[in-house]
Design a protein around this ligand. Structure first.
Ligand SMILES: C[S@@+](CC[C@H](N)C(=O)[O-])C[C@H]1O[C@@H](n2cnc3c(N)ncnc32)[C@H](O)[C@@H]1O
Length: 238
């Protein structure tokens, strides 16, 4: 099943936050993926499956190539593209990915099999809010959050708990086509929950004394966050 063209990620792809000609240069001037992973990327794009855009692929190759995380957690597998990409970048990493949508889960499993990464990637099926609670503390070196945007703030305490001290959390789609800077009254009613949730998430992480964050204008905006301490008290004042 294809994702409808008006899904949030596809909407973002058509309202980029950098100049279209620069975006085109970033997407097409940079090395394409080869082999089965390249086929998976182009097939997902052709079917409007909301996978990470190519400039984010290149960024991940650089970042994970440097960090070399051993244990990776992903929230939002879709068809398994970004999980397979991470597995290709860090050959010896153990990856856990979560999704709740049976249509995506089925395709992700088939893709992991096709790419021969089944033994390196574990797909946990269900609502991330429930699954996160079952994961061990201080387990992961790198977390990629790419799921329901309004829930990032709800997932945050559990995500921080499962991260090792010094681990990196990368979160996708935080600019919402640039509308994140607008007042909520300017946001269409149907999108206000996402807007409010993301704003709370960004305010929390950007102002927290035990978290270090940087916003990166790639795709629809990434934020990278690292925690300095094992336990981060989210109610701490900035
Ligand atoms: C943008 S897609 C992930 C794309 C993938 N990371 C990639 O780039 O290849 C988001 C996925 O998150 C899943 N998702 C959204 N909210 C979720 C939740 N609360 N719990 C589990 N999965 C969720 C959706 O079913 C969807 O497949």
């Amino acid at each position: 099943m294809a994702i409808p063209p008006n899904s949030p990620k596809n909407e973002m792809m058509s309202r980029p936050i950098v100049k279209p000609e620069v975006l085109d240069y970033m997407r097409h001037g940079q090395r394409r993926l080869s082999g089965l992973l390249g086929n998976l990327e182009s097939d997902a794009q052709a079917r409007n499956i909301p996978i990470i855009p190519h400039e984010t692929v290149v960024f991940m190759q650089f970042l994970l190539g440097q960090l070399k995380p051993k244990e990776i957690l992903e929230v939002g597998s879709a068809v398994g593209f970004s999980a397979s990409l991470m597995s290709e970048i860090v050959k010896d990493a153990k990856i856990t990915t979560i999704d709740r949508f049976d249509v995506m889960i089925k395709q992700a499993k088939a893709n992991f099999k096709k790419l021969n990464v089944e033994d390196k990637i574990t797909l946990l099926e269900g609502e991330a809010e429930d699954i996160l609670k079952t994961l061990p503390s201080a387990q992961y070196d790198f977390v990629f959050m790419d799921s329901a945007k309004s829930k990032y703030i709800i997932f945050l305490p559990e995500i921080l708990r499962v991260m090792k001290a010094g681990a990196v959390l990368m979160v996708d789609d935080v600019f919402q086509g640039g509308t994140i800077v607008q007042d909520v009254s300017q946001i269409p009613r149907g999108k206000r929950a996402i807007h409010r949730g993301l704003k709370r998430f960004l305010d929390t992480v950007l102002n927290h004394p035990e978290l270090t964050s940087t916003l990166v204008p790639l795709g629809d905006g990434l934020i990278l966050i690292t925690k300095e301490a094992i336990d981060v008290n989210l109610s701490a004042e900035a």
